[in-house]
Design a protein around this ligand. Structure first.
Ligand SMILES: Cc1cc2nc3c(=O)[nH]c(=O)nc-3n(C[C@H](O)[C@H](O)[C@H](O)COP(=O)(O)OP(=O)(O)OC[C@H]3O[C@@H](n4cnc5c(N)ncnc54)[C@H](O)[C@@H]3O)c2cc1C
Length: 230
């Protein structure tokens, strides 16, 4: 995405870790003019990826940032990033709900129209039930997305809800993609159906912007109070 962005939020350590009270302090957030920075301390290296755009590796080498580009308070940048992370997780979760509904709509339509052995395949419970289950899972995830969004809009702490929404929605959309593939049989692989493309794209969200294990670790430690594992 950085290839198509004008601005980037960068979190950089501005006080050495050993001098900061906590490791999350002494970090500052900066707004970077991407076009101006490229070639002046920032190198962007695109990586060919299995999704519809590159992911990119960034290299910083003596990039100079105007002091005015500081976001929020110096040394308190982690809070700025955390706030943005919740918004990003809720946004991605909403995207996954959309993906899930796309797969379910496609699977349902195909299950109704494709006739094998003189009946629509969707008349068979072996085809119908997985789609119905995915529908229930996506709608349940959607409720958590709405809850997280409402809390975010109200300015409430919503780290747990944003994380849970992202985890539940990314898993529900992935399962819906899998069921959609299965429902379409061989045609699932035909590019004109766009299922294989969406299937690849929605897989990303169990890894980025945060992987499922780290969400579970956040819930285990910060919501349920269990010991920190790393
Ligand atoms: C297409 C794409 C776009 C991206 N866009 C952005 C972007 O715009 N901005 C940005 O900042 N980042 C972006 N990322 C990076 C993304 O946020 C990271 O890839 C993601 O957070 C996972 O981190 P990692 O790749 O370092 O995995 P790692 O940290 O190396 O983890 C690898 C695996 O090990 C597991 N793991 C690691 N530690 C533990 C542990 N202690 N316990 C249990 N399991 C563990 C993880 O869950 C994961 O499954 C993007 C990535 C991709 C693929």
């Amino acid at each position: 995405m950085v290839e198509h962005s004008d601005l980037m939020v960068l979190l950089a350590r501005t006080t050495p870790k050993e001098q900061a009270a906590k490791k999350t302090e002494g970090l500052s957030a900066f707004l970077i003019d991407v076009q101006a920075a490229v070639g002046n301390g920032l190198t962007i290296q695109p990586i060919d990826s299995m999704i519809n755009h590159h992911s990119c590796e960034l290299f910083f080498d003596d990039l100079r940032i105007p002091a005015d580009n500081l976001l929020g308070e110096e040394g308190k940048g982690f809070k700025v990033i955390l706030d943005g992370m919740n918004a990003e997780r809720i946004l991605i979760a909403a995207e996954c709900v959309g993906d899930g509904r796309y797969f379910i709509d496609k699977a349902t339509a195909y299950a109704k129209s494709r006739v094998v052995f003189d009946r629509p395949i969707g008349q068979n419970q072996g085809v119908q039930f997985p789609i119905a289950r995915c529908y229930a899972e996506v709608e349940a995830a959607s409720l958590m997305v709405e809850k997280a969004a409402r809390m975010f809009d109200a300015g409430e702490a919503c780290g747990a809800e944003a994380n849970m929404a992202k985890m539940l929605a990314s898993e529900a959309s992935w399962r819906a993609g899998d069921v959609c593939m299965q429902t379409h049989g061989g045609f699932a692989f035909a590019k004109e159906y766009h299922i294989e493309r969406k299937f690849r794209e929605t897989r990303l969200y169990q890894i980025a912007p945060i992987s499922t294990n780290l969400i579970l670790s956040f819930i285990g430690e910060h919501v349920l109070g269990m010991p920190r594992s790393f």
